[in-house]
Design a protein around this ligand. Structure first.
Ligand code: 2P0
Length: 333
């Protein structure tokens, strides 16, 4: 048993949007992905989480001002078991988490949530983990959380092999993107609840879609081109590769049985507008995740123009502008 004093430890982390997507696991327990992915951490809607180790019989999880729903609390508790195991400490914890993502904004809160929990919980249990180890642990909560440990642009490596070898080699790291000066404009098309969770949808896609393996193969080529373009500050290549990688991921879902379709009529309208912007000489590129909302990558200097155009389709209130944001951080005790 560790003799850590029950000091509350607080961490903050931000959502990320993948430009090369994660869609499918080769190991469901260790959350080892089929492909490497690449993302931008945002500067909006952080999750702030405080973990206090204490002598109580159960973990207590508070979400905002209320006790967390049972399934949410269960996920947090199972994640804390991984931390306790590493810290050789069996004590339970009080967890308070505040998530600022507006309901239905289409910015998955699980990435920021598990990244903040990873940083706060490891500190609370007295573990001193460096960034690669934090990203590997965050991955066990939610795959995409590994990328929210890093600031700016990050690559989550699929890793090689299975079991321990896979676990040790599947981590995220920050990429040099100093030559890119971008914004991500989010068009909230619908606040409707997802028809199917991304975890279930990616499993079904892998198991039933004939388009899945070709996408996995092309994703490796996309990643190679994207990394070079990010380093060179080449927005048109970054954007074109991001757009085709995302549309390819959605194509794999449309081939699943039964099909998984996250597109809504408004998504198509926004995608059309993005093509229109390009025709008008504005480099703007779309990406979509497990929902109908569309995120548009553009130069920072074009973000007002892009936001105004998208507001004509979805309404001003439904447009958010984000930029590359910070890594997950621990508040000083
Ligand atoms: C991504 N998504 O790369 C992809 C694109 C959604 C579409 O990561 O099962 O919540 O917890 O590892 O990380 C959403 O999946 O899934 C996701 P789990 P996660 O951002």
């Amino acid at each position: 048993m560790n003799s850590v004093s029950p000091v509350p430890r607080t961490a903050r982390a931000y959502p990320n949007i993948a430009l090369i997507k994660y869609w499918g696991k080769r190991d469901e327990l260790l959350h080892l992905p089929t492909t490497s992915s690449l993302s931008m951490t945002l500067d909006i809607f952080p999750t702030t989480t405080t973990v206090t180790v204490c002598d109580r019989e159960f973990d207590e999880v508070i979400l905002g001002d209320e006790p967390a729903p049972t399934d949410f609390a269960g996920k947090v508790s199972r994640f804390l078991d991984l931390v306790r195991d590493r810290a050789h400490d069996t004590r339970h914890a009080y967890v308070h988490t505040c998530n600022t993502v507006p309901l239905g904004a289409g910015l998955a809160s699980s990435a920021a949530g598990f990244a903040a929990l990873t940083v706060a919980a490891t500190a609370a249990y007295g573990l001193d983990l460096k960034e690669p180890a934090l990203t590997r642990l965050a991955r066990r909560g939610s795959g995409s959380a590994s990328r929210s440990i890093c600031g700016g642009f990050a690559q989550w490596h699929r890793g090689e092999g299975d079991g321990t070898a896979g676990d040790e080699s599947s981590f995220a790291e920050t990429l040099d993107a100093t030559r890119l000066n971008v914004a991500l404009v989010v068009a909230v098309v619908s606040a409707r609840e997802k028809p199917i969770s991304s975890r279930a949808a990616m499993r079904r896609t892998m198991e039933t879609s004939p388009f899945y393996l070709p996408w996995v193969k092309s994703s490796a080529e996309d990643l190679y081109r994207m990394r070079k373009a990010i380093y060179a500050g080449d927005l048109p290549v970054v954007g074109e590769v991001a757009e085709r990688n995302a549309l390819g991921m959605h194509a794999t879902m449309l081939g699943a049985r039964p099909a998984v379709r996250y597109f809504a009529p408004g998504s198509m309208q926004v995608l059309d507008r993005v093509l229109g912007l390009r025709d008008e000489g504005v480099p703007a590129y779309a990406t979509m995740d497990a929902g109908p909302n569309v995120k548009v990558l553009c130069d920072r200097s074009d973000s007002s123009r892009v936001a105004a155009d998208l507001a004509e389709i979805v309404g001003t209130e439904q447009v958010l502008v984000a930029h590359p944001g910070p890594a997950a951080t621990l508040e000083t005790a």
